[in-house]
Design a protein around this ligand. Structure first.
Ligand code: S3P
Length: 428
């Protein structure tokens, strides 16, 4: 896919709005499909991953009209999806495959999920195990990866202690639980993003939340509603870090999701000394949004504990770049889950930063970074991972000289207009 060259230098000025939140967008389409009536979605992500969820739902008989950011989903009611005529292609999207597996576990037919080369390397046993315990038959490769065939039917409710902090697995079990008999509960080892719970409540489902235990009753019907999707904090993080590190920047990032399960990156940057003014959050449906006003500033090294990681899991690449240009040492603990993302992101981050002349090493599941004053120009490989592509591009902006990112086009997974939006706000 397309490579990108990038010249170093120049601050960021003006205002920007990031695309709709990817996680919330998947859930809006899925819950809309399971609801009774027509769900109106505003602010849907135009990224390719959400496109994969849309295509899978259409193959299951769901009518979705309009195009991102404004779509309407004609709900088929709980258990109302139709058997697909062929494979369901989840593309690069783990969220599509895992959440939809939960939904299809409650439908009395077989469906086979496929995905691209990256997705067919990612672990699917983590969803297969609880869904099998509920009564679905799930076939995987010997390595526990896709293609994954889900044969659903009558499910029984379970109480499931999640072995890892994963919002995707939590959501798969809850979505299956809607179709099960009795109360399904998930107990998390640490709080993860709670968009499924919030949106289920917005669709009229009673969700019990007691500490880290989330529960719902099978057979709860969903009522169509209007969903306003906030700007994606994971996309905003690229802007916030770039404006912090590029001298002479003054940038407003507007309408960013302020859900506390997603804003861990802002707390880390504040500890590093970043100058980020958070304008008071305002409500938008079950989610709230805020404006972030960022001015460039010097940063110091930071310690990020394993307990904080679920709240900033997708922002680690760009936070690691911030650490590479901070004064002193930084340590991010407990990053093992990053090995199972769109690439082995832990190795990918260390190799990307090292190419730019920073000192980054992996110690067990931890990432240790010694800050440098300047980055040198480099040509880096995104490994087909959208978050590494955008991190590499920003590193190129901050480096001296001309850099490049190979296979940079994968940014379309979450942020199709990233490079154009970025260059439109760059000063000379
Ligand atoms: C997501 C959950 C996280 C995150 C992913 C989106 C979701 O994955 O990394 O980008 O929408 O639920 P895990 O559940 O695998 O941690």
């Amino acid at each position: 896919m397309k490579d990108r060259s990038v010249a170093g230098g120049g601050g960021l000025q003006g205002e920007v709005r990031v695309p709709g939140d990817k996680s919330v967008s998947h859930r809006a389409l899925i819950l809309g499909a399971l609801a009774e009536g027509e769900t109106v979605v505003e602010g849907l992500s135009s990224g390719a991953d959400v496109g994969s969820t849309k295509t899978c739902l259409e193959a299951l008989g769901v009518e979705i009209s309009g195009a991102a950011p404004s779509v309407r989903v004609r709900g088929r009611g709980l258990g109302g999806l139709k058997a697909p005529a062929g494979d369901l292609d989840a593309g690069n999207s783990g969220t599509t495959m895992r959440l939809m597996a939960g939904v299809l576990a409650g439908h009395p037919f077989s469906a086979r999920f496929t995905g691209d080369e990256s997705l067919t390397r990612r672990p699917m046993k983590r969803v297969a195990e609880p869904l099998r315990a509920m009564g679905a038959a799930i076939a995987l490769s010997e390595a526990g990866t896709a293609p994954m065939t889900v044969t659903g039917g009558a499910l029984k409710a379970i109480e499931y202690a999640l072995p890892m902090a994963s919002a995707q697995v939590k959501s798969a079990v809850l979505l299956a639980g809607l179709h099960a008999k009795g109360e399904t509960a998930v107990v998390e080892p640490a709080a993860t993003r709670d968009h499924t719970e919030r949106m289920l409540a917005a669709f009229g489902v009673r969700v019990g939340i007691h500490g880290l235990r989330v529960s719902l009753d099978g057979g709860s019907r969903l009522k169509a509603t209007k969903v306003l999707i906030p700007g994606d904090p994971s996309s905003a993080a690229f802007w916030v870090v770039a404006a912090t590190l590029a001298p002479g920047s003054e940038l407003a990032v507007r309408g960013v999701g302020a859900n506390p399960t997603r804003t861990g990156y802002l707390s880390v940057l504040a500890r590093m000394g970043a100058d980020i003014h958070r304008e008071p959050a305002r409500g938008e449906g079950g989610e709230s949004v805020e404006d972030l006003i960022v001015s460039s500033s010097d940063l110091s090294g930071v310690e990020v504990s394993a307990g904080e990681v679920p709240g900033l899991i997708d922002e680690v690449p760009i936070l690691a770049l911030a650490a590479a240009l901070a004064k002193g040492e930084s340590r991010f603990e407990g990053l093992g889950e990053l090995r199972h993302k769109e690439s082995d992101r832990l190795a990918g981050i260390a190799s990307l930063l090292t190419s730019f002349g920073a000192s980054a090493r992996v110690e067990g599941d931890d990432l240790c970074i010694s800050g440098v004053k300047t980055l040198k120009a480099a040509m880096v490989d995104s490994l087909g991972d959208h978050r590494l592509a955008m991190t590499g591009y920003i590193a190129g902006v901050l480096a001296r000289g001309d850099s490049g990112v190979m296979d940079a086009g994968c940014a379309e997974i979450s942020y199709p207009t990233f490079y154009d939006d970025f260059n439109a706000r760059r000063g000379a």
